[in-house]
Write a protein that binds this ligand. Structure first.
Ligand code: GLP
Length: 267
Protein backbone atom coordinates (compact mmCIF):
# COMPACT_ATOMS: atom_id res chain seq x y z
CA UNK A 1 0.00 0.00 0.00
CA UNK A 2 1.14 3.54 -0.74
CA UNK A 3 0.15 6.50 1.43
CA UNK A 4 0.66 9.94 -0.12
CA UNK A 5 0.54 12.64 2.52
CA UNK A 6 -0.04 16.18 1.29
CA UNK A 7 -0.19 19.37 3.31
CA UNK A 8 -3.86 20.12 2.71
CA UNK A 9 -7.06 19.18 0.90
CA UNK A 10 -6.24 21.11 -2.26
CA UNK A 11 -2.83 19.52 -2.73
CA UNK A 12 -4.28 16.06 -2.12
CA UNK A 13 -6.88 16.67 -4.82
CA UNK A 14 -4.34 18.07 -7.30
CA UNK A 15 -2.08 15.08 -6.75
CA UNK A 16 -4.96 12.60 -7.17
CA UNK A 17 -6.30 14.31 -10.31
CA UNK A 18 -2.86 14.21 -11.90
CA UNK A 19 -2.48 10.56 -10.99
CA UNK A 20 -5.82 9.73 -12.65
CA UNK A 21 -5.04 11.84 -15.74
CA UNK A 22 -1.63 10.19 -16.10
CA UNK A 23 -3.21 6.72 -15.94
CA UNK A 24 -5.82 7.64 -18.59
CA UNK A 25 -3.24 9.28 -20.86
CA UNK A 26 -0.83 6.34 -20.51
CA UNK A 27 -3.67 4.03 -21.46
CA UNK A 28 -4.47 6.16 -24.51
CA UNK A 29 -0.87 5.89 -25.68
CA UNK A 30 -0.40 2.26 -24.70
CA UNK A 31 -0.99 -1.15 -26.26
CA UNK A 32 -4.54 -1.42 -24.85
CA UNK A 33 -5.86 1.83 -26.30
CA UNK A 34 -8.47 0.00 -28.39
CA UNK A 35 -10.45 -0.80 -25.27
CA UNK A 36 -11.79 1.94 -22.99
CA UNK A 37 -10.18 2.98 -19.73
CA UNK A 38 -12.59 1.94 -16.97
CA UNK A 39 -12.80 4.38 -14.07
CA UNK A 40 -14.72 3.86 -10.81
CA UNK A 41 -16.00 7.04 -9.17
CA UNK A 42 -17.37 8.17 -5.80
CA UNK A 43 -19.62 10.93 -4.54
CA UNK A 44 -19.17 12.97 -1.36
CA UNK A 45 -17.18 16.07 -0.50
CA UNK A 46 -13.80 14.29 -0.73
CA UNK A 47 -13.65 14.01 -4.55
CA UNK A 48 -14.97 17.51 -5.34
CA UNK A 49 -11.51 19.09 -5.63
CA UNK A 50 -10.38 16.19 -7.84
CA UNK A 51 -13.38 16.66 -10.10
CA UNK A 52 -12.70 20.39 -10.42
CA UNK A 53 -9.12 19.67 -11.51
CA UNK A 54 -10.15 16.91 -13.95
CA UNK A 55 -12.64 19.37 -15.51
CA UNK A 56 -9.90 21.99 -15.83
CA UNK A 57 -7.54 19.51 -17.49
CA UNK A 58 -10.32 18.41 -19.83
CA UNK A 59 -11.07 22.02 -20.86
CA UNK A 60 -7.40 22.82 -21.29
CA UNK A 61 -6.95 19.85 -23.64
CA UNK A 62 -4.74 17.89 -21.22
CA UNK A 63 -7.21 15.05 -20.73
CA UNK A 64 -9.92 13.45 -22.84
CA UNK A 65 -12.80 11.32 -21.58
CA UNK A 66 -13.70 10.07 -25.07
CA UNK A 67 -12.38 6.61 -24.34
CA UNK A 68 -13.31 6.48 -20.64
CA UNK A 69 -16.15 4.37 -19.22
CA UNK A 70 -17.23 5.19 -15.68
CA UNK A 71 -18.94 3.17 -12.95
CA UNK A 72 -20.16 4.96 -9.86
CA UNK A 73 -19.90 3.40 -6.44
CA UNK A 74 -23.41 3.75 -5.16
CA UNK A 75 -26.87 5.32 -5.25
CA UNK A 76 -29.60 5.90 -2.68
CA UNK A 77 -32.68 3.73 -3.05
CA UNK A 78 -35.98 5.48 -3.68
CA UNK A 79 -34.59 8.68 -5.17
CA UNK A 80 -35.20 9.48 -8.83
CA UNK A 81 -32.31 10.64 -11.02
CA UNK A 82 -33.76 14.14 -11.05
CA UNK A 83 -33.87 14.34 -7.25
CA UNK A 84 -31.21 16.90 -6.26
CA UNK A 85 -30.06 14.50 -3.51
CA UNK A 86 -29.47 11.57 -5.83
CA UNK A 87 -25.92 10.58 -6.63
CA UNK A 88 -26.91 10.62 -10.32
CA UNK A 89 -27.67 14.32 -9.94
CA UNK A 90 -24.51 14.93 -7.90
CA UNK A 91 -22.28 13.33 -10.52
CA UNK A 92 -23.83 15.17 -13.43
CA UNK A 93 -23.73 18.51 -11.64
CA UNK A 94 -20.17 18.17 -10.34
CA UNK A 95 -18.48 16.27 -13.16
CA UNK A 96 -20.20 14.76 -16.16
CA UNK A 97 -22.15 17.81 -17.40
CA UNK A 98 -18.99 19.87 -17.19
CA UNK A 99 -16.77 17.61 -19.29
CA UNK A 100 -16.47 18.38 -22.98
CA UNK A 101 -16.25 14.87 -24.38
CA UNK A 102 -17.56 12.13 -22.11
CA UNK A 103 -20.11 9.95 -23.90
CA UNK A 104 -23.38 9.70 -21.94
CA UNK A 105 -23.61 6.00 -22.86
CA UNK A 106 -20.27 5.46 -21.10
CA UNK A 107 -21.60 6.67 -17.73
CA UNK A 108 -22.87 3.93 -15.42
CA UNK A 109 -24.70 4.67 -12.18
CA UNK A 110 -26.84 2.17 -10.26
CA UNK A 111 -30.55 2.94 -10.55
CA UNK A 112 -31.98 3.47 -7.06
CA UNK A 113 -35.50 3.26 -8.52
CA UNK A 114 -34.97 -0.10 -10.23
CA UNK A 115 -38.06 -2.32 -10.03
CA UNK A 116 -35.85 -5.31 -9.36
CA UNK A 117 -32.89 -3.95 -7.37
CA UNK A 118 -31.19 -7.31 -7.05
CA UNK A 119 -31.22 -7.78 -10.80
CA UNK A 120 -29.96 -4.21 -11.21
CA UNK A 121 -26.95 -5.10 -9.03
CA UNK A 122 -26.26 -8.37 -10.85
CA UNK A 123 -26.36 -6.58 -14.20
CA UNK A 124 -23.97 -3.93 -12.88
CA UNK A 125 -21.41 -6.57 -11.94
CA UNK A 126 -21.84 -8.21 -15.34
CA UNK A 127 -21.37 -4.92 -17.12
CA UNK A 128 -18.16 -4.20 -15.21
CA UNK A 129 -16.92 -7.69 -16.11
CA UNK A 130 -17.84 -7.15 -19.79
CA UNK A 131 -15.22 -4.38 -19.90
CA UNK A 132 -12.62 -6.64 -18.33
CA UNK A 133 -12.97 -5.03 -14.88
CA UNK A 134 -12.16 -1.60 -13.51
CA UNK A 135 -8.74 -0.09 -14.18
CA UNK A 136 -8.79 2.47 -11.39
CA UNK A 137 -11.37 2.93 -8.65
CA UNK A 138 -11.34 6.34 -7.00
CA UNK A 139 -13.06 6.39 -3.61
CA UNK A 140 -13.58 8.14 -0.34
CA UNK A 141 -14.38 6.59 3.02
CA UNK A 142 -16.86 7.32 5.78
CA UNK A 143 -15.86 8.26 9.32
CA UNK A 144 -16.54 4.62 10.24
CA UNK A 145 -14.27 3.47 7.41
CA UNK A 146 -17.02 2.44 5.01
CA UNK A 147 -16.02 2.00 1.40
CA UNK A 148 -18.89 2.97 -0.93
CA UNK A 149 -21.89 2.04 1.27
CA UNK A 150 -20.22 -1.04 2.70
CA UNK A 151 -20.89 -0.35 6.35
CA UNK A 152 -18.97 -2.03 9.19
CA UNK A 153 -19.25 -5.84 9.12
CA UNK A 154 -20.09 -6.05 5.43
CA UNK A 155 -18.22 -9.04 4.04
CA UNK A 156 -14.88 -8.18 2.54
CA UNK A 157 -15.94 -10.49 -0.30
CA UNK A 158 -19.23 -8.67 -0.94
CA UNK A 159 -20.39 -7.83 -4.47
CA UNK A 160 -22.78 -5.14 -5.68
CA UNK A 161 -26.03 -5.28 -3.71
CA UNK A 162 -28.56 -3.60 -1.44
CA UNK A 163 -27.14 -1.98 1.71
CA UNK A 164 -28.86 -0.73 4.83
CA UNK A 165 -27.34 2.52 6.08
CA UNK A 166 -26.30 2.79 9.70
CA UNK A 167 -27.59 5.61 11.88
CA UNK A 168 -24.03 7.02 11.99
CA UNK A 169 -23.91 7.26 8.20
CA UNK A 170 -27.38 8.78 8.03
CA UNK A 171 -26.34 11.41 10.57
CA UNK A 172 -23.12 12.12 8.61
CA UNK A 173 -24.97 12.38 5.30
CA UNK A 174 -27.87 14.44 6.69
CA UNK A 175 -25.75 17.52 5.94
CA UNK A 176 -26.83 17.05 2.33
CA UNK A 177 -30.51 16.74 3.41
CA UNK A 178 -31.09 20.05 5.27
CA UNK A 179 -29.55 18.41 8.36
CA UNK A 180 -32.75 16.37 8.67
CA UNK A 181 -31.90 12.70 9.28
CA UNK A 182 -35.49 11.66 8.53
CA UNK A 183 -34.97 12.76 4.93
CA UNK A 184 -31.91 10.51 4.41
CA UNK A 185 -32.85 7.26 2.65
CA UNK A 186 -32.32 4.17 4.79
CA UNK A 187 -30.91 2.01 2.03
CA UNK A 188 -28.74 2.20 -1.02
CA UNK A 189 -27.39 0.15 -3.88
CA UNK A 190 -23.66 -0.16 -3.64
CA UNK A 191 -20.75 -1.91 -5.24
CA UNK A 192 -19.29 -4.52 -2.90
CA UNK A 193 -15.96 -4.45 -1.13
CA UNK A 194 -14.72 -7.10 -3.57
CA UNK A 195 -16.02 -5.08 -6.54
CA UNK A 196 -13.66 -2.32 -5.43
CA UNK A 197 -10.72 -4.57 -4.62
CA UNK A 198 -11.06 -6.45 -7.94
CA UNK A 199 -10.00 -3.22 -9.64
CA UNK A 200 -6.43 -3.08 -10.86
CA UNK A 201 -5.81 0.05 -8.80
CA UNK A 202 -7.70 1.69 -5.95
CA UNK A 203 -7.11 5.32 -4.99
CA UNK A 204 -8.77 6.46 -1.78
CA UNK A 205 -9.04 10.09 -0.66
CA UNK A 206 -9.02 10.78 3.08
CA UNK A 207 -9.22 14.31 4.46
CA UNK A 208 -9.66 15.98 7.81
CA UNK A 209 -9.41 15.23 11.52
CA UNK A 210 -12.70 13.37 11.61
CA UNK A 211 -11.27 10.66 9.31
CA UNK A 212 -8.05 10.24 11.34
CA UNK A 213 -9.18 7.05 13.08
CA UNK A 214 -10.40 5.56 9.80
CA UNK A 215 -7.06 6.34 8.17
CA UNK A 216 -5.12 4.73 11.00
CA UNK A 217 -7.35 1.62 10.88
CA UNK A 218 -6.88 1.43 7.09
CA UNK A 219 -3.11 1.60 7.27
CA UNK A 220 -2.08 0.16 10.64
CA UNK A 221 -5.12 -1.70 11.94
CA UNK A 222 -6.02 -5.36 11.65
CA UNK A 223 -7.74 -6.41 8.44
CA UNK A 224 -11.32 -6.65 9.58
CA UNK A 225 -14.82 -6.16 8.21
CA UNK A 226 -15.37 -3.78 11.15
CA UNK A 227 -13.32 -1.30 9.13
CA UNK A 228 -14.03 -2.24 5.53
CA UNK A 229 -11.33 0.19 4.39
CA UNK A 230 -8.69 -2.05 6.07
CA UNK A 231 -9.09 -4.47 3.12
CA UNK A 232 -6.84 -2.10 1.17
CA UNK A 233 -3.88 -3.69 2.93
CA UNK A 234 -4.53 -6.84 0.86
CA UNK A 235 -4.58 -4.96 -2.45
CA UNK A 236 -1.54 -4.83 -4.68
CA UNK A 237 -2.35 -1.48 -6.19
CA UNK A 238 -3.85 0.50 -3.31
CA UNK A 239 -3.03 4.16 -2.75
CA UNK A 240 -4.34 6.44 -0.03
CA UNK A 241 -4.01 10.16 -0.74
CA UNK A 242 -4.54 12.11 2.46
CA UNK A 243 -3.93 15.45 4.09
CA UNK A 244 -1.93 16.16 7.24
CA UNK A 245 -5.09 16.61 9.29
CA UNK A 246 -6.15 13.02 8.61
CA UNK A 247 -2.80 11.68 9.88
CA UNK A 248 -3.47 12.56 13.53
CA UNK A 249 -3.96 8.96 14.67
CA UNK A 250 -1.05 7.40 12.78
CA UNK A 251 1.98 6.44 14.83
CA UNK A 252 4.88 8.83 14.32
CA UNK A 253 6.91 6.01 12.76
CA UNK A 254 4.27 5.29 10.12
CA UNK A 255 3.80 8.96 9.35
CA UNK A 256 7.56 9.46 8.92
CA UNK A 257 7.89 6.28 6.89
CA UNK A 258 5.41 7.39 4.24
CA UNK A 259 6.63 11.00 4.19
CA UNK A 260 10.09 9.67 3.39
CA UNK A 261 9.05 6.90 1.00
CA UNK A 262 6.83 9.26 -1.01
CA UNK A 263 8.85 12.49 -0.65
CA UNK A 264 9.00 12.95 -4.42
CA UNK A 265 5.20 13.09 -4.55
CA UNK A 266 4.93 15.96 -2.10
CA UNK A 267 3.44 19.08 -3.74
C1 GLP B 1 -20.99 8.46 1.50
C2 GLP B 1 -20.62 7.67 0.25
C3 GLP B 1 -19.19 7.20 0.32
C4 GLP B 1 -18.27 8.35 0.70
C5 GLP B 1 -18.65 8.86 2.05
C6 GLP B 1 -17.75 9.97 2.56
O1 GLP B 1 -21.40 7.65 2.54
N1 GLP B 1 -21.46 6.56 0.03
O2 GLP B 1 -18.82 6.67 -0.94
O3 GLP B 1 -16.94 7.92 0.68
O4 GLP B 1 -19.99 9.35 1.97
O5 GLP B 1 -18.16 11.21 2.10
P1 GLP B 1 -17.32 12.53 2.25
O6 GLP B 1 -16.30 12.48 1.18
O7 GLP B 1 -18.32 13.61 2.00
O8 GLP B 1 -16.75 12.55 3.60
Amino acid sequence: MRVIIQRDYLRTCLWAAKYIADRINEHENGPEKDRPFVLGLPTGSSPLGVYRELIRMNHDGELSFKNVVTFNMDEYMGLTREDPHSYWHFMHENLFDRLTDIKPENINILDGMAEDPEKECEEYEKKIASYGGIDLFLGGIGVDGHLAFNEPFTSLRSRTGIRKLTTNTKVANSRFFDNDISKVPSSALSVGVATVTDSKEVLILIHGHNKARALAESVEGAITSKWTCSVLQMHNGAIIACDEAACGELTVDTYKYFLDAEREERL
